[in-house]
Design a protein around this ligand. Structure first.
Ligand code: BG6
Length: 449
């Protein structure tokens, strides 16, 4: 009944969402620092400069993870904390912070899974043109090299970038996330291409810089189409739709095909060409990378059925439970989603994020009895377990450790297994934290009880 041996049971966080210390000890600003200071960008003006104060409470947080039995910790490095200008001079305090974190994790026997970039793009580079600048992939390569040189001895699992679908799509196309741009397809396609070049260059420089074997992957915002029924034709349609360009930047094939196969999907090439962008062929060899796993961030999926060869997306029944994000609870996503990815790319799958936001607060006894989160975990992990009987699934990282700064939602959305009070900065494990501890201890068997 258990998951594979050495399954990476973890939690995931992101630098901007928890660190705080926005201007502490020489850190440079990033695009999210600026967004959180700008009126109208974030729910009720919630500011991110203190975050969960992890920058000052890192040791306490690692101790808490140890107490909760966490085996692996996915976190991101803040590019502008390490390189305040984005390139060039290293901030010694930033370097020390991450070295201390790596050492603390090692002492606690928690495996670090490091994300190089989780959306907090250095403001200094943004002012030079950001991801549109022709040298933007070189800037990222330099940053990756510095990370490899400084932290390589502690790095065994690396995620190059978190959800390019979001920081490219939401950040540069639909304008919902920092840097809040609504650029034409021609420009966004160039942004996407530069991000892919950046990943290709980073993968190579990291392997060169780090003297020992290291597992490198991605973390896709993966919201697959899932079959509305178990009929073969619906399954085939869901798979086809998952990898189809819907004239946005959210399709996993846009990112994983160039990285793993060295070519863009034909439908994307056609869409880009129509908008004046032709990706230079000579770049494809640089982009093509040797990745070790496909990281997936999944919260839900989109049911689809095949009607005479046409995809039809039925409106979900009002009976389907919805999370506080208004996302549908569709456990089957965790069965079909990873299978589709494995069938296309043949790499082990790691759930680099999955979780649920609920409306909840501390009760009069000071407890958070989040039974719905426990139920969500059971439902989603049972389906993931079903997939793991058929394909290699190497890990699962719950999003997230504690209630944090949820981007434009501020502190209003609560995904944590640990409650966080933004006024007192107090951390209180919820009932689900103790449940998750048991899940880890039993290598998953607890979800079947
Ligand atoms: C993922 C991100 O998209 O989902 C996280 O990688 C994020 O950083 C999480 O916090 C929750 O969703 P949302 O909509 O709050 O960003």
């Amino acid at each position: 009944m258990a998951f594979q041996k050495n399954f990476a049971w973890g939690v995931a966080t992101a630098s901007y969402q928890i660190e705080g210390g926005a201007t502490a000890d020489g850190k440079g600003l990033n695009v999210w620092d600026v967004a959180s200071m700008t009126e109208g960008r974030v729910f009720e003006g919630h500011r991110g400069e203190v975050g969960c104060d992890h920058y000052h409470r890192m040791k306490e947080d690692v101790a808490l993870m140890k107490q909760l039995g966490i085996k692996a910790y996915r976190f991101s490095i803040s590019w502008s904390r390490l390189l305040p200008e984005g390139t060039g001079k290293i901030n010694e305090a930033g370097k020390k912070f991450y070295l201390d974190l790596f050492r603390e994790l090692k002492a606690a026997s928690i495996e670090p899974w490091v994300t190089l970039f989780h959306w907090d793009y250095p403001y200094a580079l943004y002012q030079k043109g950001g991801w549109l600048h022709p040298e933007s992939s070189d800037w990222f390569e330099e940053y990756a090299r510095v990370c490899g040189e400084l932290f390589g001895e502690y790095m065994e699992h690396i995620i190059l970038v978190n959800e390019p679908e979001c920081f490219v799509g939401l950040g540069h196309f639909t304008g919902g996330h920092a840097p809040f741009l609504k650029l034409p397809v021609f420009d966004v396609a160039r942004v996407a291409h530069n991000v892919l070049l950046a990943c290709g260059k980073a993968e190579k420089v990291l392997r060169k810089t780090i003297g020992h074997p290291v597992l490198i992957g991605t973390a896709q915002a993966y919201w697959p189409a899932i079959p509305a029924t178990d009929a073969e034709k619906d399954i085939a349609m869901a798979k086809r739709e998952t990898f189809t360009c819907h004239r946005d930047f959210g399709c996993p094939a846009l990112w994983l095909d160039p990285l793993l196969k060295g070519k863009y999907p034909e439908d994307y090439l056609a869409w880009f060409r129509e908008n004046g962008f032709v990706p230079p062929t000579e770049d494809m060899e640089i982009i093509k990378s040797k990745l070790d796993f496909c990281g997936l961030n999944t919260y839900s999926g989109n049911p689809v059925r095949d009607e005479n060869g046409t995809p039809v997306y039925p409106v979900p029944s009002p009976a389907v439970p919805k999370t506080d994000m208004r996302w549908n609870v569709f456990p089957r996503t965790m069965y079909f989603g990873p299978k589709f990815i494995y069938e296309r790319y043949g790499l082990p799958v790691v759930y680099t994020e999955d979780g649920v936001a609920l409306t909840e607060w501390k009760d009069l006894n000071g407890e958070i009895n989040d039974d719905s989160r426990i139920d969500f975990l059971k439902r989603y992990l049972r389906e993931l377990h079903r997939a793991a009987q058929e394909i290699p699934v190497a890990g699962y990282f719950y999003w997230t450790l504690y209630d944090n700064y949820e981007w434009t939602e501020g502190f209003s959305k609560k995904f944590g297994i640990v409650h966080f009070d933004p006024e007192t900065l107090e951390r209180t494990p919820k009932k689900s934290a103790w449940f998750y501890k048991k899940v880890i201890e039993t290598n998953g068997e607890e979800v079947f009880k």
